[in-house]
Design a protein around this ligand. Structure first.
Ligand code: NAP
Ligand code: MG
Length: 497
């Protein structure tokens, strides 16, 4: 799609913002009567008032979800019919891609070009991928005593709460609701209060596609909506993407309530290892810059630690400076912009405080790292920063910053690189650059991460690849056939013949 011919500014002025919750087949106001506002971080302007759901709204939604699930209007639909409805849902998202991309761009400050080509396109792709799966995953007849017939079937878990973050608001949500709906569950989606607009909007598209009332609901609000859902005795499963700290709380709520199934996609501090035999330092530098600048570094898989071999360090750093300088803060509604705003004041302050902390702990700021006011005086923009770190234990090398801040660590030898890479509480992504096929395989095997890239970074938006983390980056996998495991129970049935 050509984004250049559209006047996004004008389109934005004509946009309608829906701020109500979507419960039991209709848009509704929160029972508390309270509202909050959502802000465009690129301008500081208030975009819309949003209903502030609380416990009573959660209660209504859970009851509607239970009723809808138990009624069977979705879970007992012929697989082909469920498939048709979800395919229609995906098509409607595709049909409304410009509006949805605009909502996403305005709400979180991300470049419109990225919102179109990644966030919303991939949301439609995710839903249609899981739709197509519905009638293609058979159960099993297993070898048992000849006097018996043994079958294994997959059944939906029931009422699924999906609690999602703001960095890829609709896309992260779809990684949960698409497989959950495909498997026949009722889903209650809780978007981040920083980015509720697209989740609320797609509820109408789900309805238009034919998803029955109570099967797909959206509850905007603060973290307590997530807490109430995760603590609820009648919610069967909670699928969460967000920070490790909140992920631990979610596991606690589940433990203290009904031991609902808990699936966690959490933070990361992903290492990107450039070995001494890397032949194309320019390509490695370009990928390293993209890995920390895309989405203003607000990516769980951000390649936030570059580990570079001492032999090639200077040559790599000079390429890296050039590649990072290609990411310039700009108006998110301008189609050429490749670096937008960070999501809100809190995140902005947090990123800047990490930059200050890096300097204080002795890391050398090679480039960038300043707040930028030239795009808009009230916009939350930060120049991408490169830190040369004297050792791997600095705060900026260990903690997830979630901003365009790259820590470069120098190593001697492959073993040291792997040791530093794995010395982290996280294990979401990792990359290695080498010409040697054996080294590539060996290092890939040694890296404790859910995804390992070799001679690339962030490649593979394909739905066939499971996505998730080792260690405190979480459990379970989004995307791929394996995502169904989160949203289904396995049932063994034995029939005496
Ligand atoms: P967050 O603060 O943990 O929030 C995530 C979601 O949980 C939001 O909807 C939030 O609502 C809600 N929440 C907050 N407190 C809660 C509580 N006590 N109980 C239940 N829900 C609660 O994370 P974030 O700042 O939005 O997102 C950034 C984090 O997400 C980073 O750590 C990043 O690495 C991670 N992430 C991971 C993946 C992955 O796949 N592994 C993908 C994307 C992002 P409010 O926003 O309304 O408070
Ligand atoms: Mg916003």
């Amino acid at each position: 799609m050509s984004t250049g011919t559209i006047n996004w500014q004008k389109k934005a002025e004509q946009l309608h913002f829906e701020g109500r919750a979507y419960i039991d087949g209709a848009y509704r106001k929160a029972l508390s009567g309270k509202e909050f506002t959502t802000i465009n971080p690129a301008t500081g302007k208030v975009l819309a008032s949003i209903e502030w759901c609380g416990e009573e709204d959660v209660e209504l939604a859970v009851r509607a979800a239970r009723r809808a699930f138990d009624g069977g209007a979705w879970s007992e639909l012929a697989p082909r019919s469920r498939m048709e409805i979800l395919k229609r849902f995906a098509s409607l998202i595709q049909d409304n891609i410009e509006e949805l991309a605009l909502l996403e761009s305005l709400d979180v400050g991300k470049p419109i070009a990225n919102a179109l080509s990644v966030d919303i396109s991939n949301t439609a792709y995710c839903i249609s991928w899981f739709a197509e799966l519905i009638d293609k995953v058979p159960g099993e007849v297993v070898p048992v005593d000849p006097a018996l017939l043994g079958m294994v079937t997959r059944e939906p878990v029931g009422v699924v709460a999906a609690i999602v973050p703001w960095n890829f608001p609709l896309l992260m949500a779809s990684w949960k609701f698409a497989p959950a709906l495909a498997a026949g569950n009722a889903v209650i989606l809780k978007p981040s209060e920083k980015s509720p607009l697209t989740a609320i909007r797609v509820a109408a598209l789900a309805e238009a596609a034919g998803i029955p009332p109570g099967i797909f609901q959206v509850l905007p609000g603060a973290g307590d909506v997530g807490q109430t859902l995760a603590s609820h005795l009648d919610v069967d499963c909670v699928a969460f993407t967000g920070s490790t700290a909140v992920g631990k709380q979610i596991a606690n709520y589940a433990a203290q309530s009904n031991l609902k199934r808990v699936w966690l996609e959490l933070g990361g501090k992903s290492p990107n290892i450039i070995l001494a035999d890397c032949k194309d330092l320019k390509a490695a530098a370009k990928a390293a810059a993209g890995a920390i600048c895309y989405n203003a570094g607000q990516m769980c898989t951000a390649g936030s630690r570059v580990l570079v071999a001492r032999e090639i360090r200077e040559a790599f750093l000079s390429e890296l400076k050039v590649a990072m300088a290609d990411y310039r803060p700009g108006d998110p509604l301008s189609p050429e912009t490749n670096l937008g705003a960070v999501v809100d004041q809190r995140q902005f302050d947090k990123v800047l405080s990490y930059i200050a902390q890096g300097k204080k702990e002795g890391a050398k700021l090679l480039q960038g790292g300043a707040a930028v006011q030239t795009v808009h005086p009230d916009g939350l923009f930060i120049e991408p920063a490169i830190f040369d770190c004297p050792q791997p234990n600095l705060t900026i090398c260990r903690e997830e910053i979630f901003g365009p801040v790259l820590s470069v660590i120098t190593f001697d030898g492959v073993d040291e690189a792997v040791r530093i890479a794995n010395d982290s509480q996280y294990g979401l992504g990792a990359a290695v650059w080498t010409q040697d096929v054996s080294t590539a395989h060996k290092v890939a095997r040694q890296l404790r991460a859910g995804t390992v890239w070799v001679n690339c970074y962030e490649e593979g938006g394909d739905m066939n690849l499971p996505f998730g983390g080792y260690k405190q980056s979480g459990n379970g996998r989004d995307k791929s056939l394996h995502a169904l495991e989160k949203y289904t129970e396995l049932k063994s049935t034995l029939i005496k013949l």
